[in-house]
Ligand binder design. Structure first.
Ligand code: 5GP
Ligand code: MG
Length: 181
């Protein structure tokens, strides 16, 4: 049941269809033995669906997790990013794909990409579920994108607002307000 304050933006069916195709786009382009690094917490649902589609598409990746936090206003990432839980697998000389929920200012993914390249990763590619491409503050683009996302604060499919809504099987918008920056 959809909470009364949430308007569906991408349904569970639309997401499943897109993740199926996205996995095939990735499998056609990358080393099948790469290391996938899911950025927590927001990407956990997307990552779980994507890795099973990647398996069906023939890939045999290793999977690790990186928990980052950025401090600032509740609905906006700030420039200060901290590693809360680091990757534990070897990164040096690996082809890495970073998986994140949303690419917005680009600060989070630019930080993670630089960190892994500094540790000697052979290549770091970026896969995001949602791309707010007009909100970029630093120059970084995703190699693989699930959906273009309007400039609204979205929840569900792993994405939260104050730790709620992550369990929604679809992506929705709370209210109908464009975000103030
Ligand atoms: P940035 O690219 O600005 O560094 O940060 C992107 C991060 O901000 C995402 O990983 C996500 O955690 C958070 N974020 C950005 N837009 C939204 C949104 O609409 N909803 C939610 N729940 N988080 C968002
Ligand atoms: Mg995030």
């Amino acid at each position: 049941m959809t909470p009364s304050d949430v308007k569906v933006l991408f349904s569970a069916e639309e997401i499943a269809a897109r993740v199926h195709v996205l996995a095939r786009e990735i499998a056609a382009a990358v080393d099948h033995n790469c290391l996938l690094v899911a950025i927590l917490k927001g990407s956990f649902v997307f990552s779980a669906d994507l890795i099973r589609e990647l398996h069906d598409a023939g890939m045999r990746p290793q999977i690790d997790f990186l928990t980052l936090s950025s401090y600032g206003e509740a609905t906006q990432s700030s420039g200060h990013i901290e590693v809360v839980h680091d990757v534990t697998d070897r990164v040096r000389a690996r082809a890495v794909i970073l998986i994140d929920d949303i690419l917005e200012s680009g600060r989070t993914l630019a930080y993670a990409k630089t960190m892994l390249l500094d540790r000697g990763a052979e290549a770091v590619r970026v896969c995001v579920f949602l791309d707010k491409r007009h909100k970029r503050k630093v120059p970084i683009e995703a190699d693989f994108v699930g959906f273009e996302c309007p400039d609204k604060f979205v929840v569900g499919y792993g994405l939260d607002h104050a730790h709620y809504y992550r369990e929604l099987p679809y992506v929705g918008v709370i209210g109908d307000q464009p975000r103030a920056d």
